[in-house]
Design a protein around this ligand. Structure first.
Ligand code: DQQ
Length: 493
C-alpha cells in the first residue's frame, strides 16, 4: 500500500477528530494512546523504523471486549503523539492463525521488518512470522507458518506463546512465554539462522511456583522480553496463573553462554492495572517500555463505554549501580505541559491535611518533593470531591515499607472495582519522597524515586471530584516543592 503523505495527513486528522468527539466520555484519557472505538490489550512489535516509532497492539475491531485478536498499528514521531493506521495483522481463515494473532515482537532482519507472533487455531498456539515490504504498513505471512511445529518435546508445558527476539553473533534468538506443569512460569530459548528454522536451546529461566518471596512468579509467564541493560540483562515477564493475569515482573541478572542467572526479582508495577509490558531500543540508546493498562470496571460498563484498554505512558529503563531497575517517564511528555503552578516549602503539621489552593483537574502532571519528619504515612489526595466523598490516595507508609494507590473511595459507582494496590518500597535515610504523578481521567500513573511505578484505574462518578491535596499522619512533612501542570490532549487540533 502506498500511503502518501497526503493520505497519511488525512488519516491523522480524521483520527484526531474522532478521538476529540469521544472525549466527551469523562473517563476517556486524553494523553494516553488508545484506539478510537474498540478493544485494545498488549503492546506488540514495538520498533523504531526510519525515525518513526511503531506501536502494534492486540486489537479486537469487533467491539469493546476481548476476542478475535488482530494487530492494530499506530505510529509516532515522539512516543507522545500518535496516528492510528490500518490494521497490520488479521487472522487468515484456513491458516495457523485463523482464530487470532496473539502477541509478539518485531525485528529488523537485514532491512526487512519481520514480526514473530503467535498464531492461534483452535487449541493450538504456535509461532508464526510475517514480513513487510512497505515500511510496516502491510504484512505478508510466511507460507511455512507455523515456524515451530510444537512446544519442546519432553517438556510438559501449560502454555506456549508470545515472543521476544534478538540477534547475537551466531544467529537469531528468541524467548517464548510458557509454564512447566507443577514447576512454574518459564521463558524458553530458541535459536535460528534465519528466523524461519528454529532449534530449541533450553529454558532461559524457570520460576518456582512453590515460592512466594519476594513475590510469587505464578504458574505461567506471558509476554517475555529479554534485553541488555547497563552491565546486566533483564528478563521481563507477565506473571499469571490459570485464571488471573497478575503483574509484570522483572528479573535482573547476568547472561553468559546463553544461560541467564537472575540476581534480583521485582515488580514492574503494582499488581492490577498494568500488564504485558514490552520494550524497544531507540536510536538514542534508550530502552523504553510500554504496557497495557487494563480496565478496572465491570465488563458491562466497558461495553457501554468508549474505551476498553489504554496504553501506558512510555518509561525509560535504566539500572542503578547496585542493579536496581529504574523507571522514568520519557522526557518528551514535557511537551504536553501547560498552565504551570508551583508551591514551595509547605509545612504540614502532624495528622494534617492540606488542600492546595487552585490545584485541581483531571488531566495533570504533578511533581512533588516531600521531606518527612518522622511521619508514618504521607501522601497525595487526588481527584477529591469538595466534601471528600470521592478521592484516591497515593500513600507512602514508612512503617509498612509500602507505596500504595488506595482507590477504595475513588468512585461511588458500583461498576468500578475500587481496589487498593501496593508495592514494597522504603525511603533510605534522609531520602526525600519524590513523586511524579500523571492523572489522565481514569488513569493514574505514579513514578516514585525513579525506582517504583504504580498504575491504577479510577472512575470517578462526581464531576466535581477534581481537587488535589496532601496529607500526613504520625509526624509532619515539608513539601519542598510541588509543580503542577495541566496536560494537553494529544489529539488537540
Ligand atoms: N494477551 C495475548 C496473548 C498474551 C496475553 C492475547 C497477555 O498473546 O499472552 O490477546 O495479555
Amino acid at each position: 500500500m502506498d500511503l502518501s503523505a497526503e493520505v497519511a495527513a488525512r488519516l491523522a486528522a480524521g483520527e484526531a477528530a474522532l478521538q476529540r468527539a469521544l472525549s466527551e466520555d469523562p473517563h476517556r484519557p486524553t494523553y494516553h494512546f488508545l484506539p478510537v472505538a474498540t478493544w485494545m490489550n498488549d503492546p506488540n512489535g514495538l520498533i523504531q523504523w526510519q525515525g518513526q516509532y511503531h506501536l502494534f497492539y492486540q486489537y479486537n475491531p469487533n467491539g469493546l471486549f476481548w476476542g478475535t485478536m488482530h494487530w492494530g498499528h499506530a505510529t509516532s514521531p515522539d512516543l507522545v503523539h500518535w496516528t492510528d493506521l490500518p490494521i497490520a495483522l488479521a487472522p487468515t481463515p484456513g491458516s495457523p492463525d485463523e482464530d487470532g494473532v496473539f502477541s509478539g515482537c518485531a525485528v529488523d532482519h537485514d532491512g526487512t521488518p519481520t514480526f514473530i507472533y503467535t498464531g492461534v487455531r483452535g487449541e493450538e498456539q504456535l509461532p508464526c512470522i510475517a514480513t513487510s515490504e512497505d515500511d510496516l504498513l502491510t504484512w505478508q505471512k510466511h507460507p511455512g507458518n507455523p515456524v515451530i511445529a510444537a512446544p519442546p518435546e519432553g517438556l510438559d508445558t501449560v502454555m506456549f506463546r508470545d515472543h521476544a527476539a534478538w540477534r547475537e553473533e551466531d544467529g537469531w534468538y528468541q524467548v517464548i512465554g510458557s509454564g512447566i506443569r507443577d514447576v512454574g512460569g518459564a521463558a524458553l530459548l530458541y535459536r535460528s539462522p534465519d528466523l524461519v528454522r528454529w532449534e530449541y536451546v533450553g529454558p532461559l529461566c524457570v520460576g518456582d511456583a512453590s515460592r512466594t518471596e519476594p513475590l510469587w512468579t505464578g504458574t505461567m509467564w506471558e509476554c517475555p522480553d529479554f534485553f541488555p541493560l547497563g552491565d546486566r540483562h533483564v528478563l521481563v515477564v507477565s506473571v499469571r496463573d490459570e485464571e488471573n493475569l497478575l503483574y509484570g515482573a522483572s528479573l535482573v541478572g547476568r547472561y553468559q553462554g546463553h544461560a541467564f542467572t537472575p540476581e534480583a526479582l521485582g515488580y514492574v508495577d503494582t499488581p492490577g492495572s498494568f500488564y504485558a509490558p514490552q520494550t524497544l531500543l531507540d536510536d538514542q540508546g534508550r530502552r523504553i517500555m510500554l504496557g497495557w493498562l487494563r480496565e478496572e470496571r465491570s465488563v458491562d460498563a466497558q461495553v457501554a463505554s468508549s474505551l476498553a484498554g489504554v496504553m501506558s505512558l512510555p518509561r525509560v529503563l535504566s539500572l542503578s549501580p547496585d542493579g536496581t531497575l529504574l523507571m522514568n517517564p520519557i522526557a518528551e511528555l514535557e511537551r504536553l505541559r501547560r498552565d504551570h503552578q508551583a508551591y514551595d516549602n509547605l509545612e504540614i503539621v502532624p495528622s494534617g491535611i492540606a488542600a492546595l489552593p487552585g490545584a485541581e483537574g483531571e488531566c495533570l502532571e504533578i511533581v512533588a518533593e516531600i521531606e518527612s519528619h518522622d511521619a508514618d504515612r504521607v501522601g497525595l489526595r487526588l481527584r477529591r470531591s469538595p466534601d471528600g466523598e470521592e478521592e484516591t490516595l497515593v500513600v507512602y507508609d514508612h512503617g509498612d515499607g509500602a507505596l500504595t494507590v488506595d482507590a477504595s473511595r475513588s468512585s461511588l459507582s458500583q461498576d468500578a472495582h475500587r481496589g487498593v494496590q501496593s508495592l514494597p518500597f522504603r525511603l533510605k535515610d534522609g531520602e526525600l519522597l519524590r513523586l511524579r504523578v500523571y492523572l489522565d481521567r481514569s488513569v493514574i500513573e505514579v513514578f516514585a524515586n525513579d525506582r517504583a511505578c504504580l498504575t491504577a484505574r479510577v472512575y470517578q462518578s462526581r464531576p466535581d471530584s477534581r481537587g488535589i491535596g496532601l496529607f500526613v499522619s504520625g509526624g509532619s512533612i515539608t513539601v519542598r516543592r510541588l509543580d503542577l501542570w495541566r496536560m494537553a490532549s494529544i489529539w488537540e487540533a
